[in-house]
Design a protein around this ligand. Structure first.
Ligand SMILES: NC(=O)c1ccc[n+]([C@@H]2O[C@H](COP(=O)([O-])OP(=O)(O)OC[C@H]3O[C@@H](n4cnc5c(N)ncnc54)[C@H](OP(=O)(O)O)[C@@H]3O)[C@@H](O)[C@H]2O)c1
Length: 281
């Protein structure tokens, strides 16, 4: 039944009335927040840059009949993760979209250890903490959803992005297992595994641009897939890449993707792109 401007009542009842979207200041997270708002879901927008979040919140409230909250947090810090969870305590949250993440690129010997550990904290540790917290809340209300972010690089090891690919393999494996554990409690779990998407991600990861999917399409396909499958490969590019690579032995996939990453890595001898973006955030 359609209630408010395109809002599907059964969908809203399952995953609403509130969703927490991390990485909502830009990129895929922002597009998912917009998509959810069009479905009538109220949104808690989380990322570090409060000003950008406030702008997204205003735009969402002006274009959809929903409420928003903004929580500025660095998900690389456990106290900030706790702050987000506390900030959501009074809200009836039915969906977590854990889109915040970043990548490092380049030979493992050339990347900085702080960036690598920081990436583990944001891409994995925060996602685990938030998934654990919201799973318990969703189980108590017997419905809800988790959307976690893997990647095409998460299905095998990838040189020149070794730790990033490992963080995404962790998420892919986590999501597949959680989908089994949480299904009896009415909770749907989805791993979104995109190929390259046209956001600021590549530049921040120190990667040269390549043919990329539209983030609005990625968001649309991802939200639509929730409750229907465990992994979505949004966009034609991800489907073609993952499905064609999927027929090859794992070591060959590693060789091919490592070669692609090498060709996209601008500075092989000491990338500090994410450090710079962290400092400027
Ligand atoms: N774009 C791609 O090609 C691609 C491909 C495969 C998978 N993915 C995955 O998809 C997800 C979204 O990527 P995207 O393309 O949307 O990236 P993006 O455009 O770079 O956006 C990343 C978002 O994460 C937030 N973020 C980064 N570090 C954070 C931190 N420490 N604490 C809180 N928020 C943080 C950023 O906000 P602030 O800077 O304001 O904190 C921003 O909102 C990521 O998990 C990424 O790994 C992306």
């Amino acid at each position: 039944m359609i209630t408010r401007r395109g809002a599907d009542a059964s969908w809203l009842d399952r995953y609403g009335p509130w969703a927490v979207v991390t990485g909502a200041s830009e990129g895929i997270g922002r597009e998912i927040a917009r998509d959810l708002a069009r479905r009538g879901v109220n949104i808690v927008l989380v990322a570090r840059r409060a000003e950008l979040l406030a702008r997204v919140a205003t735009e969402i409230e002006q274009s959809s009949p929903v409420e928003t909250r903004v929580i500025a947090a660095d998900l690389g810090k456990s106290e900030d993760v706790r702050h987000v969870l506390l900030g959501c305590e009074a809200l009836d949250v039915g969906l977590l979209v854990a889109s915040a993440g970043f990548g490092t690129a380049g030979n493992f010997l050339a990347t900085g250890i702080e960036d690598e550990i920081g990436m583990l904290d944001v891409n994995c540790r925060a996602v685990l903490a938030m998934s654990k917290h919201f799973s318990a809340r969703f189980a108590a209300r017997k419905r809800g959803g988790l959307i976690l972010f893997g990647s095409i690089v998460g299905f095998q090891g990838v040189g020149n992005a070794a730790n990033y690919a490992a963080t995404k393999a962790y998420i892919q494996t986590l999501a597949e297992g959680l989908a089994v554990d949480l299904k009896p409690f009415g909770i749907d779990v989805l791993s979104c595994a995109p190929g390259p998407v046209e956001t600021g991600f590549a530049a921040r990861s120190n990667l040269s641009p390549t043919i990329s999917a539209d983030p609005r399409r990625v968001a649309r396909e991802t939200v639509a897939a929730l409750g229907h499958r465990t992994t979505v490969k949004p966009g034609m590019l991800a489907k073609v890449l993952i499905n064609s690579l999927g027929t090859l032995p794992r070591f060959l996939r590693t060789m091919i993707l490592s070669g692609i990453m090498a060709s996209r890595t601008k500075h092989h001898n000491g990338s500090k792109a994410q450090s710079r973006s962290n400092q400027s955030a």
